[in-house]
Design a protein around this ligand. Structure first.
Ligand code: X8Z
Ligand code: ZN
Length: 586
């Protein structure tokens, strides 16, 4: 390793030699790091946590090596002598170095250790509805899937409150860790010259933290008239469902089917798809998601995907703990691609499985010699999520569901109800959570150094301001042990990046509208991507570029338009009108 680094530092006979050597070394370290992180996320143990820590520290020592940073900066300064592709690679190298500056080894290593600890604390947590034993163990531990299932099914408001409160217990053991992580993440980012860790993450878009917040506020504003109508409608429906009076302002958080109120499914009976999935197997859910892509001309998933992924809940009788949140992994930036899920046969996992395979097919598409290793990522992070989300929208188009045999061929869907379900489950309810709650909280956490004793109060202020959702019990606001923000996985293990999903939501409707109108020549509200090689070629054209071009150009080239809520607002306009009429009725 030392010898290779010395060679690297002296590879000054050409930018390309430097870049090739960097890629070659990165490829091996990245794979070791990913493998150790994969083991730690799929089998929580002290040993795996330690291995993850060691592997991540080795990668950090390489990507943040002072000679590498110096050499990359030197080449970056000789812009006229290098190609645009080489310039993008150098920027990617410098961006990666920002998280691991080599003159801050101790700080970087402490950050990595704290991240491994927080990951293990989160992934090893057991939800418990009854009193725990003296050893802290739970006789009947519940999984995240169990909690979600109960929040979707329970109609007794008091019982809902109990489940919801249980779902927030995980925040308690994570609070101190987040405080420590904030210090370390900010410390590292500031040593690299960024305003904060939030500023560092946002810089990958070529924007400042404040520019990103202004953009998010604008997106939120564009959607506000529709959100207001949806909120009014949903509040009345929920009150009726639980036999409660309609609240004056905010919706109580425990009334919603999702732990963070980020989606409001279950309110449109005629569009409830769960019964149609009851006779399907979890394997079918993933295989049909694969077929969605294959039908459009993408390759079948490699055998190693099926062998190495961890796709289903931990079987009964096994004591292993794994991360409960869906994710997709590009292990070696080459052929080794895997997904971590806990798939059950229901409509939510059907959508999530389409989403995760969107990441997987992104990985597959840009894994080609023309795309250097450092640019094997999305046009930006939001594009990666956007492709997953595009598949999620396509997955619930009635004609696709009929083709798959989920909906009976003769099934008549009411277009407004289908649109309403989509607004509640995927998009409209989600936008203020992503643009507002998550992004604003993390902005204040990192950029404004929000003191830990204010997290809980500030979190709920933001939730109320953006989502119009209220804490069910005001005593939570002053309990110093609680941290409801810490209960969201991304706050711990995907930090300062949640606006990716907000931008992804916008991008997906731009892409969807283009595919529906220009390629399939079908109504965007009911179109079927399945089997369309043209739609596949269009999507592949975006994916196979990876990050070799500026994301703004990729979007403009693909859709003829800059980032805009126009397509999303137009898509939901018929619903806004319908909601306005419904809401006026009472
Ligand atoms: O985290 C995810 C994906 C994995 S990248 C399942 N999503 C966000 C979330 O669950 O909070 C998808 C949409 C929002
Ligand atoms: Zn995703």
């Amino acid at each position: 390793m030392l010898l290779l680094l010395a060679t690297l530092a002296h590879a000054d006979d050409g930018a390309q030699r430097f870049l090739d050597l960097y890629d070659s070394l990165l490829s091996r370290l990245y794979a070791l790091d990913a493998e150790a992180s994969w083991q730690a996320a799929t089998d929580v143990s002290d040993l795996n946590q330690g291995r993850r820590e060691a592997a991540s520290q080795a990668t950090a020592a390489f990507v943040g090596d002072p000679h590498i940073i110096e050499r990359a900066r030197q080449w970056r300064g000789r812009e006229k002598e290098i190609t645009p592709l080489q310039l993008r690679q150098l920027d990617a190298i410098l961006y990666a170095a920002g998280e691991a500056p080599g003159d801050q080894t101790e700080l970087v290593n402490r950050r990595i250790a704290a991240e491994a600890r927080q990951g293990a604390a989160q992934d090893g947590f057991e939800y418990c509805m009854e009193a725990r034993g003296a050893d802290g163990k739970c006789a009947q531990a519940l999984s995240a899937n169990d909690i979600d299932g109960m929040l979707q099914a329970e109609t007794d408001a008091a019982k809902r409150l109990k489940v919801w409160t249980t779902s927030k217990e995980i925040g308690v053991p994570l609070k101190a860790g987040l405080g420590e992580l904030r210090e370390l993440r900010n410390g590292v980012a500031k040593a690299s010259g960024f305003s904060s860790y939030f500023g560092y993450q946002v810089s990958e878009y070529g924007m400042s933290a404040d520019e990103m917040m202004a953009l998010l506020d604008q997106l939120n504003k564009d959607m506000a008239p529709l959100y207001k109508e949806l909120h009014t409608w949903a509040k009345r429906q929920l009150a009726k469902k639980y036999g409660q009076p309609v609240p004056e302002g905010d919706i109580p958080a425990h009334w919603l089917p999702n732990r963070w109120g980020q989606e409001w499914g279950g309110l449109v009976q005629s569009a409830d798809l769960d019964p149609y999935f009851e006779d399907k197997s979890p394997e079918w859910i993933i295989e049909s998601s694969e077929q969605f892509y294959v039908s459009m001309g993408f390759p079948e998933l490699p055998k190693s995907f099926w062998e190495k992924s961890d796709l289903y809940p931990v079987p009964d009788g096994q004591s292993r703990h794994k991360n409960s949140h869906a994710s997709a992994w590009h292990m070696d930036l080459k052929q080794d691609i895997r997904s971590l899920m806990s798939v059950e046969p229901d409509s939510q996992w059907f959508g999530t499985s389409h989403h995760e395979l969107g990441h997987i097919y992104y990985y597959i598409s840009y894994t080609r010699p023309e795309v250097p290793l450092t640019l094997r990522k999305g046009a930006n992070r939001a594009f990666h999520e956007g492709i997953g989300e595009l598949a999620n929208v396509a997955a619930f188009q009635p004609s696709y569901l009929k083709q798959l045999g989920i909906l009976p061929k003769k099934h008549k869907s009411d277009p407004t109800q289908v649109l309403l379900a989509e607004a509640l489950e995927q998009t409209v309810a989600f936008v203020p959570f992503a643009t507002g709650t998550m992004s604003r909280f993390e902005y204040e956490l990192y950029e404004k150094n929000l003191p830990a004793d204010q997290w809980q109060k500030r979190w709920w202020e933001i939730v109320s301001q953006y989502q119009g959702i209220a804490v069910p019990d005001k005593a939570r606001l002053t309990d110093p042990a609680l941290c409801d923000a810490c209960t969201k996985t991304h706050i711990n293990d995907d930090p300062a990046q949640y606006y990716d999903y907000a931008l992804a939501t916008v991008i997906k409707y731009q892409l969807h509208e283009h595919i529906a109108k220009k390629i399939l020549k079908q109504d965007p509200h009911d179109c079927n991507y399945y089997g369309s090689k043209e739609a596949g070629a269009f999507i592949k054209g975006v994916l196979e570029k990876g990050a070799t071009e500026d994301w703004r150009e990729v979007l403009k080239d693909a859709t003829g338009e800059e980032l805009s809520t126009r397509a999303m607002v137009a898509y939901f306009e018929p619903l806004r009108k319908w909601l306005q009429k419904e809401n006026r009725k009472r």
